[in-house]
Design a protein around this ligand. Structure first.
Ligand code: GLU
Length: 517
């Protein structure tokens, strides 16, 4: 148990797009850590990079956090004592701290021009050594500073980095030490008055009373600079925990080359948010199958972020797919019906079953792109009408055992929602099926006259056809499957005919028979 009076952590994403899986994992671990220790969980939006931050992305991040169930105690929409929670709204606080640091002599103005700095850098490069700022303006006397300021020369503010080493404690790595001369006197206020990332983060973490900074280990090289600022402020340095980054199965840093790398893309591809959430936790944990269906509370009870290793975590979409299938099968048909309705609405299926079917046939990524485009353009998805919704729920049990991701529903069962249509190959196959025309007309007549419309009655009727028509059962089944759907792979034949409803089933088989005419 951490020895702080009050645990307070923050998740501080930069709103430059959908939530990256690595960030989602960081958010998750922060949440779990806070809940495990009865602490506070703050969501802070790091939007100081104005060129890349968008309000759109803020909304997307908030939605993803909510979808994962990661409720924050303080942050956007949850005001508290440490607000505001967007860096662009905290300018006054940063200025106050810059003033403090300046007055205590930890900052100095630097008048070096970009050209002068480039020349320094080029000289270092030519000599084959790494470049850090020479400290040329460190010793300017107050009179000269005043004169140059009065003359309107632009200047930045740099931190007077002390000599020696900066050592901090990382929960996973123990003591981490950096030589200060590899840092150089770094800039915290640019010549246009804007604040750099390292200063903003420290001021935020100090004023928000953050006890533990849990973030990706891509930030570890920023940490020594931040520690220098903490010390300059005389503030308590928090505990750090730098989480290992996510890698693909090829052991390279997870990127677009690996397919979906954002939570929203994965859910658009038909993965369940709770499975992605659990998978992100299990990447680094001993795993047994019962953990697939863990709730967030289970994660809080069992997941100890301080036990993470430091080697990169491998993200394997195939394993995620397998877990997703397991999760789906552990749930009830009714639950699956709900999730399918929600998913198919989101991907725009109900508004255009044929069009979305075509996109889905190009692969999961094509589907995710289409969803992303529609969401970016705020195209409201079409909600299902009563019939579509009832049909989805009736089909859910028929596909339950077969789905790995929700998107699998579309190639498997999308035909239920479209008028009967054949590709030339499918029609060829139907034509090549022995006794197809007779099978279709006889079955259509039989179904029309069936006393009860239920699965056992449909099954009895269909099973009587091969002996009655002197055909092989295989041929009869193939003709009916193709005849009702236009495709060779469908959910169970009897259940599918039943789910279509009598009129629809009869009409489709009749249409198919007519094509053979
Ligand atoms: N805004 C940074 C990011 O999105 C996180 C910084 C931090 O956690 O200190 O990577």
């Amino acid at each position: 148990m951490p020895e702080h009076d009050h645990i307070c952590v923050r998740f501080a994403p930069s709103p430059t797009g959908y939530l990256h899986l690595g960030s989602a994992r960081t958010g998750l671990y922060n949440y779990v850590f806070a809940r495990r220790h009865g602490g506070t969980f703050i969501l802070r939006i790091e939007d100081t990079d104005l060129t890349r931050s968008t309000d759109e992305a803020v909304v997307q991040i908030i939605d993803s956090m909510k979808e994962m169930g990661l409720h924050w105690d303080e942050g956007p929409g949850a005001p508290g004592p440490h607000g505001p929670y967007r860096q662009t709204e905290r300018g006054d606080i940063y200025r106050e701290y810059v003033q403090k640091l300046f007055e205590s002599g930890h900052l100095y103005p630097c008048f070096c021009t970009p050209e002068e700095l480039d020349a320094e850098r080029a000289a270092a490069q030519a000599e084959g050594r790494g470049w850090t700022y020479s400290g040329r303006c460190r010793g300017l006397d107050t009179a000269e500073v005043a004169r140059r300021q009065a003359a309107g020369e632009p200047y930045t503010l740099r931190v007077r980095v002390p000599e020696g080493r900066t050592v901090f404690h990382d929960i996973l790595r123990g003591e981490v030490a950096f030589e200060n001369d590899t840092m150089g006197d770094f800039i915290v206020v640019r010549s246009d008055g804007s604040i750099t990332y390292n200063l903003a983060v420290v001021v935020d973490d100090v004023t928000m009373e953050i006890s533990h900074v849990i973030r990706g280990d891509d930030h570890i090289s920023n940490t020594p600079k931040q520690v220098v600022i903490y010390r300059a402020l005389g503030a308590r340095v928090p505990e750090f925990l730098h989480m290992p980054l996510l890698f693909g199965t090829d052991k390279k840093k997870l990127s677009k080359r690996h397919g979906a790398t954002k939570l929203e893309q994965l859910t658009a591809e038909g993965f369940l948010v709770e499975v992605v959430r659990n998978y992100l936790c299990f990447l680094s944990a001993e795993f047994d199958e019962s953990m697939i269906t863990w709730s967030l509370d289970d994660l809080v009870a069992h997941l100890d972020v301080t036990k993470l290793g430091t080697s990169p975590s491998i993200f394997d979409p195939e394993k995620l797919r397998w877990m997703n299938g397991r999760y789906l099968r552990a749930m009830t048909d009714e639950w699956l019906g709900d999730r399918l309705v929600g998913y198919l609405t989101r991907v725009g299926f109900y508004g255009d079953p044929a069009g979305v079917g075509e996109i889905a046939a190009q692969g999961a990524q094509a589907l995710a792109h289409a969803v992303e485009d529609a969401e970016t353009e705020h195209v409201p998805p079409t909600v299902p009408d009563e019939e579509q919704e009832a049909l989805t729920r009736a089909i859910a049990p028929l596909v339950h055992e077969k789905l790995e991701v929700l998107a699998d529903f579309i190639p498997m069962a999308g035909w239920f929602f479209r008028p009967l249509e054949f590709t030339p190959e499918a029609l060829e196959r139907l034509r090549g099926t022995a006794g197809a025309a007779e099978t279709l007309t006889t079955a259509a007549a039989g179904l029309r006259d069936l006393e009860e419309w239920d699965v056992p009655s449909v099954e009895t009727l269909v099973r009587e056809l091969p002996p009655a028509l002197s055909l092989k059962p295989k041929a009869v089944f193939a003709a009916l499957r193709l005849g009702m759907s236009g495709q060779s792979v469908t959910p169970g034949l009897f259940e599918s005919l039943w789910a279509l409803g009598r009129d629809n089933a009869v009409a489709r088989l009749g249409q198919a028979a007519a094509l053979l005419g």
